[in-house]
Design a protein around this ligand. Sequence first.
Ligand SMILES: Nc1ncnc2c1ncn2[C@@H]1O[C@H](COP(=O)(O)OP(=O)(O)OP(=O)(O)O)[C@@H](O)[C@H]1O
Ligand SMILES: [Mg+2]
Length: 494
Amino acid sequence: MQTIKGSKYTIVPSIDEKGFWEGIGKSFKNLSQAIWEPVDNSISNLLSNPKSVRNIIIAFERTLKGYLIRIEDCGTGISELAQAFSVGNRNNQTTTLNEHGYGMKNFLAFCDSTNSAWAIYTRTETDRPGTYRKVSAPYSTIGIKVEVIDEKIQPWPGSLKGTGTIVEVEVSQTLFFTLRDRGGGTALDAKCFEYLCEDLGFVYSTLIDEHNIAIRVDADAIPDGTRQIKALRPVGEFYKELENLDWTFEGRKVRVDISWMDVKDQPGVNRYYRRSARCSGAEIRLNGRVIAYNLLDEIWPRDNHPSTNGFLLQANIISSDRDVLPSTDRTKTALLESDPKTQSLYDWIRKQCPKLPKAKPSELRELDMFNRLSKKIEKFYKLTRPNAYAETNYNVYRCYNSNIKADMRFYDGEAVVYYEGKKGEADLLAFYQLLMYWDGAVADNDPPTKGILVGDGFSPGVKDIIAYYNSRLDARGHPYFFKAQTWNEAGLED
Ligand SMILES: Nc1ncnc2c1ncn2[C@@H]1O[C@H](COP(=O)(O)OP(=O)(O)OP(=O)(O)O)[C@@H](O)[C@H]1O
Ligand SMILES: [Mg+2]
């Protein structure tokens, strides 16, 4: 259609209803990402109203086609249905979890491309007592059907009492299987639920732990039929944990909690916080909700080295001012790289953590201790023996071009002493490292006089094995000479 007025005219674009629905349906990579949208909406509503109970139930019911999914919350319900169903409408948003005005519609269209098998049920304080409203398919920009339903005739289809909302949609078995592991892992329903629960525990961990959000998944294929989602947290050793830092963008301060660590694999966790390339890097949360993770090249210039496996940086950006938060993409599964706020945030993160650490935190601490020890004993010995010289991270088995490094080699002017140290208890593995340094030094024709194992304490067997090796000869036919010393005895008191 066009309106002609002089030499200028106006065109009036229209929306092709079918194409529109199919188009917004192509938003997510898998069902899990799609489910985060109605969950975001429920959390947003629960956070912004004073009720202390914050329950969300995601129920799966088997159907001939696949599953009927119902996502229910005990929030305030939706009073402005027309606004909620408008696309891009941002008038009724409550927290920063409501960003684009698309999520619920994207979710329904992704799950039900035929626009025939979805419904929203909602109950608010202003609904006539004993009634609720149901909005159901098809979606149309011309009009969508809303029914006011008497609970006596058709009971509320969920299990929570009082006000709240249910988002309901039927998905095919094929779509359900997008929950499975990437790379075509076995498609067992029970396994798919396990992945979904893990995803939810990962994405919402901070909100579950710190904001009392209780998410439950119900399905027959889950053992006992139900699973309360627990926050998934990484385990490992922290390099640094910093809370309440300020990141400033164009003069406006935003609070950031940031930490980085060397993660350890956890039993029973499939997708996250593992020592692998696809789990390492930075994880960015906006007000507790994961938006992006596995960011490496985006933030740090790097060589693609497996030593970054295990490196995890977590940054939670906290602000209720949506103008200062970096923008997310329309599906909230990435930060928009084109947003200057994103680039400024990455620069700020790089300032906090300029380099990806190559060694583990404990190794760095030990190296730091040896650096201090080397300075101390070198200074002390130099008084009488000017040639005394200590070197940390000393390469042995050079004859084989190896990369093996002894913690410290100390030449006291007469004797050559090799060190291996552990913060905490030194164990047998640590001793055998020292033995290897000894053999490596002999092979390099730089034979030690003594090998010292340093620790806060020693595991059972360490002193026996030391005594045993001290009665044996090395490759030159000279006796080994090992000693165990505490950090204090080695010359580092603290
Ligand atoms: N469970 C709910 N309880 C209360 N209000 C809701 C609920 N779900 C949706 N709404 C209302 O519907 C609106 C539209 O939701 P929708 O997910 O489509 O967009 P949005 O959350 O505003 O933005 P985004 O695209 O970032 O998700 C929300 O802003 C909110 O006002
Ligand atoms: Mg939303």
